[in-house]
Design a protein around this ligand. Sequence first.
Ligand code: ADE
Length: 238
Amino acid sequence: MRIDVLTLFPAMFPGYLGQSLLCKAIEQGLVDVQVHDLRTWARDKRQTVDDRPFGGGPGMVLKVEPVVESVEAIRVMADDPVHVVLLTPQGHRFDQATAERLASQSRVLLLCGRYEGFDQRIIDLLQPEELSIGDYVLNGGEVAAMVVIDAVVRLIPGVLGDDRSCHEDSFSGESRRLEHEQYTRPREYRGLNVPEVLLSGDHGKIADWREQRSDQKTRERRADLLPGQSCEPTDRIP
Ligand code: ADE
């Protein structure tokens, strides 16, 4: 899989991409992440990529020409068609199902906004999938892009040591519930004991216990995840 990122702040990415699981995935050639500076496609000497909004108002708006032309240039940097994603608080809510869908693409291009947003003609021309990572406003799309990269890359086969891990995560698998509690050694700490069933060696009982804990936790904390209980937005992309 190839992921391109278009940003005004490319220096934000190397630290994050150079650590842990992502770094290994890149080194192993399981994912190729290319970060591009939007100013490369500015048309003037001052490398202007934003301007004041028509109609007045605070802040600056990202200009249509550098964004559209940079996407066109990045598109032809590799053969496969590229799925364009624009990070914005006005987007559909990013979730595990979306991460799974993006992980099945061979190329994804993440557009990071800054300032007051994008000139609408960028959206009209490029028809990107607009995604938000939550109901709050960040200073820009860079952290949101990192969240998307993180969630997507761990789903690429071979990235996690054990490919089963990501099917057992919260929001994953068929039921999409919260994950059950986990324990490791020691068996007892400050009077708190590991549940007996996990020490029993009885895999059937352990699976039942985990199912039941997962159910209960989901009912208590995230009833909206249970079938027929959706209080999430209904205008989701399938
Ligand atoms: N840019 C600013 N806020 C954002 C959010 N919540 N999600 C995605 N991109 C953003």
